[in-house]
Design a protein around this ligand. Structure first.
Ligand code: GBH
Length: 468
């Protein structure tokens, strides 16, 4: 189980896209530069007790200043694609009204550098940094935010659309809605399940409206990125074929509804699952879902982006305490998987990724798939100018083999973007959790390729994995 470097050779399809991903607030720093105004993450990280160590994104990797060096690193690694996000509060500091050209200039320079280096830019419009002014006006639980998002999307596309073909509307709306407004572990830190369910709908509406705006501007490829996982029972961690009891199957289905189908069914089919509507009805009601909304949400898109870290392991039975991130799931227990874990405590289950990709290929055959994030935090140590992060290399190797297996069984997976290029601000965990294939010394801003980066670079060169 876990990672194994002792398997056969695995060649990937010609044209398979190899890359790495980051997000604006996690790497840029420079929070007051060139007219940027606060986002909900500036406010949240500035509130004592919200982020480990009191860390903030004020400085982060100072990518805003070092972007050219960072592109050079990507080029040294041979990346074909780089997924970054655009900070709304740089482009439109109050989330409405005035567009700030100096904020857009930064992304324009970044895109130019990438293209010069032969690296394809994958731009994400929203990776959680909502302008604080919009939160003060109600945030995602307020319908107007969806319309504000579409205006912002249009402005970014107008400036970058001549050079960027690959667009993502939202990164992980489940996290924005249910960690931001449900259990409050993320910004803005509200704890209100009804608000979280409204936020989820308005995020989807924002996705649909932004997709219309991007399409009208001529965007070629539009992706919705979701945090997805196979929802399985503890027994299925050990034996994927294990049959759950009827009660466990119900628990699995409930969590799958909230995590997976709540987003994919409206975005790809224009309908909410009936059991989701029951949960919404019991938690604040359905009034915020207007006639015609599902038609707006359901826009043709090319790709679903999959952020996968670990399976979601559940069984029937009361949890310790109702988790406001999972409304309507008071009778579901979240379980520890019998598997090795990363520094986040997340179980390492590579075959969960094959299972997920094959399920998506079966249930949603109408879209292409791309792994937009996969990676792991480990407690790295620098020794003699090296980071021997064998745990991370093993994690990546195991998950790439899982992707390869899913492709061999027919899943249409177009690429793989490792999370993350750089050690960075890991949200509520601050800087203590390192996900990078490149080490960052936050005191000096020095970058150092970890062994996993050198290994990944060989994988890219070979378009696959070596047997050993
Ligand atoms: C991604 O989100 C982010 O896109 C990225 O910015 C981040 O740095 C990276 O992963 C690493 O964390 O069962 O309630 O405990 C992470 C997605 C979804 C993973 C929620 C942990 C726990 C949900 N996360 N999941 S719960």
């Amino acid at each position: 189980r876990g990672a194994s470097l002792t398997q056969g050779r695995a060649d990937f399809p010609t044209g398979f896209v190899w890359g790495a991903a980051t997000a604006s607030y996690q790497i840029e720093g420079a929070v007051k530069e060139d007219g940027r105004r606060p986002s909900i993450w500036d406010t949240f990280s500035g509130t004592p007790g919200k982020v480990a160590g009191g860390d903030t994104g004020d400085v982060a990797c100072e990518h805003y200043f070092h972007y050219a060096d960072d592109v050079r690193l990507m080029s040294d690694l041979g990346l074909a694609a780089y997924r970054f996000s655009v900070a709304w509060p740089r482009v439109q500091p109050d989330g409405t009204g005035r567009i700030n050209p100096r904020g857009l200039d930064f992304y324009s320079r970044l895109v130019d550098r990438l293209l010069e280096a032969g690296i394809t830019p994958y731009a994400t419009l929203y990776h959680w940094d909502l302008p604080q002014t919009l939160e003060d006006a109600g945030g995602w639980p307020a319908r107007d935010t969806a319309h504000r998002f579409a205006d912002y999307a249009r402005a970014v596309h107008e400036r970058l659309g001549d050079r960027v073909q690959h667009w993502t509307t939202l990164n992980e709306p489940w996290v924005s809605a249910f960690l931001g407004y449900g259990n409050g572990v993320h910004a803005p830190g509200r704890q209100d399940p009804a608000a979280a369910l409204r936020a989820a709908h308005h995020l989807l509406l924002g996705h649909g409206l932004a997709t219309q705006a991007l399409r009208a501007g001529g965007a070629e490829e539009i992706t919705l990125v979701l945090n997805l996982a196979p929802v399985i029972t503890p027994a299925q961690v050990r034996d994927p074929a294990a049959e759950p009891s009827a009660a466990d199957a119900e628990a699995v289905n409930r969590i799958d509804t909230l995590l997976v189908r709540q987003f994919l069914d409206p975005a790809l089919r224009g309908e909410y699952p009936a059991d989701l509507l029951t949960i919404v009805e019991r938690n604040g009601g359905l009034a915020h879902i207007h006639d015609g909304d599902l038609g707006t949400v359901h826009q043709p898109i090319e790709m679903i982006g999959i952020n996968y870290y670990n399976p979601c392991v559940v069984e029937s039975g009361p949890g310790e305490a109702a988790d406001a991130a999972w409304p309507g799931s008071e009778d579901v227990r979240f379980c520890t998987a019998d598997a090795p874990v990363t520094a986040m405590g997340w179980p390492i289950v590579p075959n969960g990724l094959s299972r997920l990709l094959l399920r998506l290929a079966d249930d949603y055959p109408e879209v292409g798939l791309i792994v937009t994030e996969n990676g792991a935090a480990f407690d790295d140590v620098v020794e003699d100018g090296r980071v021997h992060d064998t745990g991370r290399t093993g994690y990546l190797d195991g998950h790439l083999r899982a992707v390869h297996a899913a492709i061999a069984e027919g899943a249409d997976v177009r690429g793989y973007l490792v999370w993350s290029l750089l050690d960075n601000f890991e949200w509520a965990e601050g800087y203590r959790r390192r996900f990078g294939i490149v080490h960052v010394d936050f005191a000096t801003q020095r970058r150092l390729l970890k062994d996993s980066a050198l290994w990944y670079s060989e994988v890219i060169k070979r378009n696959g994995l070596r047997g050993s």
